[in-house]
Design a binder for this molecule. Structure first.
Ligand code: TRP
Length: 446
């Protein structure tokens, strides 16, 4: 059977942007920025997106497009009998870890959407949103229901196939989400005490840069947000024909993704300070601040409804790109149908997510890595270890395994002028060295 293909370059762009823009920009960006002191973290994150993220993203796309295969198959095709395909297996493992916890948080978003739909969050529940959220996530049953519902929807989209399911879903909702976020940002900065929040986000506190874990957090966030280092973008690139040009698409996706994160920060941090919430509240940050904003706004209930609807869709267009990674592999490798692969793999990811979800309540005293709970440990291993490591391998592959001419050809940079040399320098030296230094210093070796 012929491999599927995107209908158009626009379809590819939208799907890749849909993958990049998701809970990572809104939920994860704000809580990680909050935990890492705000401004200085933001600068590091931006530097990593520009110097490492975008150049490596171009590399990841180009490997997939060149090979026209899945994460493992691409390396085996381009470099037979060489160990590069290990990155493919790492990507497969990583897809389970990431969708495992991602679907839990997406389930929380669905639950919020439902509570706006039935108007129960139009006004603060007795005890406030923070308490209501705490009661919900520690409940052993209901988060599993919403998480399961989200996973079922993800599976359904993936099993309808790449271009029908994935391409169409992204077209309308992304621009709507952008407009809504900008409106919310404009409202948020008028809150009493908003200035404190903007200062937190934009005024760097340089002393934070003495802590090596902040660099790792910013690097992990840059990779997570760009969907980079796992093979998701490689798989999406593999459905693109060779006659479409990659560099402009890559830069567009990178800038768009970053824009969403910054705007989300402008929505959330003023509210964090206006409502006296600690920026270090962790993964529940957006779920306890945003409802407060909506409650104060005129027509806030409706705005909340639309917001959580779009957030769920943004999460969906990301989750399908994660599930697509092992699905593409199992279809090729074991000849499974798309339906079977999506259903089986999606269900396994759900089970992994159950552990993450129970870790919020019943199993909350279980810590795996350091003092991190189950979800925190999955997030850490996946985003701060596997993704940068995957990115390192991708950069080495394109920078060192490929010759200059091969690399330029595969990325459509052959006639790109001096910028291509800068790109290659970043991929060949800057990205690997930075990633290596950040790893070594965060485990205390440097
Ligand atoms: N980038 C997405 C977000 O910000 C999540 C995501 C989708 C992802 N595909 C990925 C993260 C692949 C890492 C790897 O929500």
């Amino acid at each position: 059977m012929a491999r599927e293909k995107w209908q158009s370059k626009l379809g590819f762009m939208l799907a890749a942007m849909g993958s990049a823009v998701g809970l990572g920009n809104i939920w994860r960006f704000s809580y990680v920025a909050g935990e890492n002191g705000g401004g200085a973290f933001l600068l590091l994150y931006l530097a990593f997106v520009l110097l490492i993220g975008i150049p490596v993203l171009l590399s990841e796309f180009s490997i997939g497009r060149q090979a026209q295969s899945d994460v493992v198959g691409s390396y085996q095709k381009l470099a037979p009998k060489k160990p590069w395909f290990i990155q493919g297996y790492m990507g497969l493992i990583c897809s389970f870890l990431i969708l495992g916890f991602y679907s839990v948080v997406a389930g929380w978003s669905l639950y919020y959407f439902w509570n706006y739909l039935n108007t129960s969050f139009f006004n603060a529940p007795s005890g406030g949103y923070e308490a209501a959220f705490g009661t919900f996530i520690t409940n052993p049953v209901s988060p599993l229901f919403w998480h399961g519902l989200f996973m079922v929807i993800t599976i359904l989209v993936v099993l309808t196939g790449v271009k029908d399911g994935i391409e169409r879903a992204s077209k309308i909702f992304m621009p709507t989400l952008a407009v809504l976020l900008i409106m919310l940002a404009a409202y948020s900065v008028t809150l009493e005490g908003a200035l404190e929040g903007l200062k937190f986000l934009f005024q760097p506190n340089w002393s934070i840069l003495e802590d090596p874990s902040v660099y790792l957090a910013a690097l992990g966030q840059a990779f997570f947000s760009l969907s980079l280092g796992m093979g998701g973008m490689m798989t999406y690139g593999s459905y693109l024909s060779k006659d479409e040009s990659l560099p402009s698409a890559t830069v567009g996706i990178g800038l768009m993704d970053t824009f969403f994160a910054i705007i989300a920060g402008v929505v959330i941090f003023p509210a964090v300070f206006a409502f006296n919430i600690s920026p270090e509240s962790g993964p529940n940050l957006v779920f306890i601040t945003l409802p407060g904003v909506f409650e104060q706004m005129p027509f806030g209930g409706i705005v909340g409804l639309v917001f959580f609807f779009l957030l769920c869709l943004a999460a969906l267009s990301s989750s399908i790109s994660i599930l697509e990674v092992p699905v593409a592999y199992f279809m090729r490798k074991f000849g499974w149908s798309r339906t079977l692969s999506s259903a089986v793999l999606g269900s396994l990811m759900y089970l992994l997510g159950v552990a993450a979800s129970l870790g919020m309540g019943r199993w909350s005293d279980v810590t795996l890595i350091g003092d991190r709970d189950i979800m925190g440990s999955m997030e850490f291993v996946a985003s701060d270890v596997f993704l940068p490591l995957g990115g390192l391998i991708i950069a080495l592959f394109v920078g060192w395994h490929w010759s200059k001419a091969e690399a330029f050809e595969a990325t459509d940079m052959a006639s790109a002028g001096p910028i291509r040399h800068i790109w290659r320098f970043l991929v060949k030296f800057v990205a690997p060295v930075c990633i290596a230094i950040i790893f070594l210093s965060s485990v205390g070796i440097l």
